[in-house]
Design a protein around this ligand. Structure first.
Ligand code: AMP
Ligand code: MG
Length: 407
C-alpha cells in the first residue's frame, strides 16, 4: 500500500508488468470474430491465389510467342473465364482469350491486355515491348501454403476476416472475452430514468467506460451506482471481484471525507494508490482484489477517459493476449497557443485535420477542465505535452495520439 508520484510511462509499465494474459480460448465463427484476438497462429493450408491466373482481361500466351520487334499475329483458339478454365493446351503461335481471375491455360505465362492488341477475326496482332509474366498473379504470391497468415495475438480486422475466408477457414481460436465489472461511486450520481434533485448529476462515467469496453470487445457487467457508504462500497468491490477478471470503479478514490474506495481496498485487496504526474487524471488506484485486476479511476469524466486510454486499454489488450505497442505518437503543427505549466504530462484534447496544403494541423477543442466532457466529444486525439514543457506557441510542433476508434 504505497502512495507515490509516478510518470504516466512508469505507471503503464508497472501495470503491464502485472497483467498475465488469459489462457482460455474458444472457437468463434468467422463472422463473429471481428475485434476478437487470435489465440494461436493461423497457418495457410492453401496457396493464395491457389493457381496462376490473369490480372487483366486480355489474351494469355507463352512469352516465347511475343514479338521482339514489329508485330506478330497469333490465332485465338478459345476462351478462359473466371471459374471456367480453358482445358486444352495451346500450341506455338496460339493464344487464348482470358478474363480477369481465370486460370492460366497450360503453357501460358503472360497476359497481354485487350486494349493493347488488334483483333482481326480469329486472330490478334500483338506489338513489341511486352514482358514475360506480365499481368499474371502467381500461385501463392499472397500467401504460400504453410505460411502464417494471421499471427497469434492479432485483433481481427475486416481485412483479416477476408484473408481467413480466402483460406477456407470457418472458425478461429480466439482468446475468451475478459469479464469486466464496472461501477461508479458517488451520492450525487443518478442513473438515467431517475429525476435529478438539487445537488445531483447523471452518472456519465459508466457510459463512457461501457463504450470504451465495448470497443475493446469485453463482456461488461454493470453494477450501477454505489453510494458513498462503507458497506455499499465493500459489497460492490466483493461482488465485482467475484464476477470479473477486471474491476473498474470511478470516483471516490481521493482523500475526501466520503471516499471509501481506499480503505475498502486496504481490507479486501492489494491495491496501490498512485499519484500519476499527468493531467487530467492524477489519482489512480491499481492492484488486485482476489484474482481480479482492479482499476480505481478518478471521478472527473475527462480524467476517466484519459486514464482508461493510457492505462486500462493497454492492460486489457495484454490480458487478451494482444501484442501491445506503445500508443503511436504523431508530430503535427498546433494551430493555436496552448496553456501548460511544467510539472505533469498533459493530455489535452484536440482535433487533427489536414489543412489546405494537405499537412496535419491540430486544434484545441477548447476548455480543458477535467469535467468538460464536450472537450472529449469534439476531439479525435490527445495532444500529449511532456512534463517539462511549458506554454505552447501557435505554429509549433506537438505530439498527438489518435483515439483510433477507441474514444
Ligand atoms: P470524486 O473523485 O468522487 O471526488 O469525483 C470527482 C468529480 O467527478 C466530482 O465532481 C464528481 O461529481 C464527478 N463524478 C464522479 N463520478 C462521476 C460519474 N460517474 N459521472 C459524472 N461525474 C462524476
Ligand atoms: Mg465522489
Amino acid at each position: 500500500m504505497t502512495s507515490s508520484l509516478l510518470s504516466a510511462d512508469e505507471a503503464r509499465q508497472r501495470i503491464l508488468g502485472a497483467v498475465q494474459p488469459l489462457g482460455e480460448r474458444e472457437w468463434i465463427e468467422l463472422r463473429m470474430a471481428l475485434g476478437r484476438v487470435t489465440a494461436e497462429d493461423v497457418r495457410s493450408t492453401l496457396n493464395i491465389p491457389p493457381y496462376a491466373n490473369s490480372a487483366m482481361d486480355g489474351y494469355a500466351l507463352a512469352a516465347g510467342d511475343l514479338p521482339v520487334s514489329g508485330t506478330r499475329e497469333l490465332r485465338v483458339v478459345g476462351t478462359a473465364y473466371a471459374g471456367r478454365p480453358y482445358s486444352e493446351t495451346p500450341q506455338a503461335g496460339e493464344c487464348v482469350r482470358i478474363m480477369t481471375g481465370a486460370l492460366l491455360p497450360a503453357g501460358a505465362d503472360t497476359v497481354v491486355m485487350q486494349e493493347q492488341v488488334w483483333r482481326n477475326g480469329e486472330a490478334v496482332s500483338i506489338g513489341a515491348g511486352h514482358k514475360r509474366g506480365q499481368h499474371v498473379r502467381a500461385a501463392g504470391e499472397d500467401i504460400a501454403a504453410g505460411q502464417v497468415a494471421v499471427p497469434a495475438g492479432k485483433r481481427l480486422t475486416p481485412a483479416d476476416l477476408g484473408l481467413l475466408a480466402s483460406l477456407g477457414i470457418e472458425k478461429v481460436s480466439a482468446v475468451r472475452r475478459p469479464r469486466v465489472a464496472i461501477f461508479s461511486t458517488g451520492d450525487e450520481l443518478r442513473s438515467l430514468g431517475e429525476t435529478l434533485k438539487p445537488g445531483e448529476i447523471y452518472d456519465s462515467n459508466r457510459y463512457t467506460v461501457h463504450g470504451m469496453l465495448s470497443r475493446l470487445d469485453t463482456a461488461v457487467h454493470d453494477l450501477g451506482v454505489v453510494r458513498d457508504q462503507r458497506e455499499a462500497v465493500r459489497n460492490a468491490v466483493r461482488q465485482a471481484s467475484h464476477a470479473a477478471d477486471v474491476v473498474i470503479s470511478s470516483g471516490g478514490a481521493s482523500v475526501g471525507d466520503t471516499d471509501f474506495i481506499k480503505q475498502t481496498l486496504e481490507e479486501l485487496g492489494q491495491v496501490d494508490f498512485w499519484q500519476v504526474a499527468m493531467k487530467p487524471g492524477k489519482p489512480l488506484a491499481f492492484g488486485k482484489v482476489g484474482s481480479a485486476l482492479f482499476f480505481g479511476l478518478p471521478g472527473n469524466p475527462v480524467s476517466v477517459m484519459a486514464t482508461f486510454y493510457q492505462f486500462v486499454q493497454p492492460a486489457l489488450r495484454r490480458l487478451m493476449g494482444e501484442s501491445v505497442a506503445l500508443p503511436l505518437m504523431i508530430k503535427v503543427v498546433c494551430s493555436g497557443p496552448l496553456k501548460k505549466a511544467p510539472g505533469r504530462t498533459e493530455f489535452q484534447r484536440g482535433r487533427v485535420e489536414s489543412d489546405a496544403n494537405g499537412n496535419l494541423v491540430v486544434h484545441s477543442t477548447g476548455d480543458q477542465g477535467s469535467g468538460i466532457l464536450t472537450s472529449m466529444s469534439r476531439a479525435n486525439c490527445f495532444i500529449v505535452l511532456p512534463a517539462e514543457r511549458s506554454n505552447v506557441e501557435a505554429g509549433s510542433l506537438v505530439d498527438i495520439q489518435l483515439f483510433d476508434g477507441l474514444i
